[in-house]
Design a protein around this ligand. Structure first.
Ligand code: GDP
Ligand code: MN
Length: 380
């Protein structure tokens, strides 16, 4: 789960990573009040779950509360890479002497946390890695050993940071960021930029924070940070029903059981010249209600022209899925052609159920490839 900047900063603050004081605002008037409370120059920051806000005009400095209100008016409702701005973070403005970059992420290859530090902050880290790879210092942290000061020093020297006061502050931040990363079960904690003020103070000016979805049950406070409005309505509806659904931009609706099978189905649809409209995983159970819910969500997408069901049944039973399909067809009016491929547990029984009911828009195919071809053809 991705967190907004202000949520990430709240977590940073809890673990002692220095951040500026700020307030949340959802209207220009609230922005003005927040600016009055903070006093002095402030910065108005769009809160959206995407980067590059600065370039998109989502971050503006303001000298007065009136100014803040005006900027808030401009930024609210702005579309930044497909994300509409509904919330603002009003923060005490910082003076910036230097912009560094610090992050910790999980390196699956080595099964260790990986720190990246560079003095080339403020720009996309991918750009630094591509154009100036030597400027990027890396450090793996063994989970059993934890983050040790000598390692942090090595990272700091590696990045070429020579000022003793900066070294001391960044060493402290590295230790605290590691604790924050581990304690919150994060997948990524990124500070870009990590600034040095003209007075030599080091502080996190931005935060990009991703928490492992599978660990959210341990962190109710973080789980509650999820902003349902940040997701497209179909994905929200799916989440509420416990269906894994991701909208794509093609015409063939796809439903399968198991993420791997659904991914393969997307590939096969593309192989035979079609474009998938979505990713939808029924999961292992595949009970009738799950099928009904998934079909409702997929068929609600106006771009969908045909639907392919790809079921390879192990724990799932094809007869149960067949019942689900018929139930969905009787409950909601689905006019899309539906192509079904059953294999595995009770495939024959499942096909028999469908053949007996024989809804006019249902087509059964024996293989995944044939089902894909048929669905693409029916999508026209
Ligand atoms: P991003 O564009 O989404 O990564 O948003 P950031 O929070 O990183 O801000 C982008 C840029 O805006 C920073 O690199 C700074 O140059 C500038 N900026 C953000 N906050 C401040 C601030 O408090 N003072 C000043 N002077 N510049 C800021
Ligand atoms: Mn940034």
């Amino acid at each position: 789960m991705d967190l907004y900047e202000y949520q990430g900063k709240e977590l940073f603050g809890r673990f002692g990573v220095p951040v500026s004081e700020g307030r949340l605002a959802t209207t220009p008037a609230e922005a003005r009040t927040a600016a009055e409370q903070l006093a002095g120059p402030i910065v108005v920051k769009a809160q959206v779950l995407t980067g590059g806000r600065g370039k998109a005009g989502g971050i503006k400095l303001a000298d007065s509360p009136e100014d803040a209100e005006r900027e808030a008016e401009e930024i609210l409702g702005l579309d930044i890479n497909g994300h509409v701005v509904r919330k603002l973070w009003i923060e005490q403005a910082s003076e910036i002497a230097k912009e560094y970059y610090l992050s910790v992420t999980f390196d699956r290859g080595t099964k260790k946390a990986l720190f990246l530090l560079t003095t080339e902050g403020g720009i996309e880290i991918e750009e630094v890695a591509e154009n100036n790879p030597d400027a990027l210092a890396r450090l793996h942290v063994d989970p059993l050993e934890g983050s040790q000061p000598y390692q942090g020093r090595r990272l700091i020297y590696g990045a070429g940071i020579a000022d003793p006061s900066e070294q001391k502050q960044i060493l402290d931040i590295i230790g605290k960021l590691y604790t924050c990363f581990v304690e919150t079960d994060a997948m990524l904690c990124e500070i870009n930029p990590l600034i040095v003020t003209p007075e030599g103070e080091v502080r996190a000016l931005d935060s990009k924070f991703t928490v492992d979805d599978n660990a959210l049950y341990k962190h109710h406070d973080i789980a509650e940070m999820r902003d349902l409005e940040a997701y497209p309505p179909e994905e929200r509806a799916a989440r509420e029903k416990g269906v894994t659904y991701v909208k794509l931009d093609g015409e063939v609706g796809i439903l399968g059981n198991g993420a791997g099978l659904v991914m393969s189905t997307l590939d096969v649809i593309a192989l035979v010249g079609g474009r998938p409209a979505n990713f939808c995983d029924l999961g292992g159970g595949g009970d009738a209600q799950g099928v009904v819910d998934a079909l409702e969500i997929i068929s609600a997408d106006p771009q969908v022209r045909s639907i392919v069901f790809n079921i390879f049944a192990g724990i799932t039973r094809c007869d149960v899925v067949a019942e689900g399909i018929l139930q969905a067809l009787s409950q909601t009016k689905i006019e899309h052609p539906i192509v079904v491929r059953f294999d595995g547990t009770n495939a024959d029984e499942g096909r028999a159920i469908l053949a007996e009911a024989a809804p006019p828009n249902l087509h059964v195919e024996a293989t995944m490839l044939d089902a894909a071809k048929r669905a693409v053809k029916l999508a026209g």
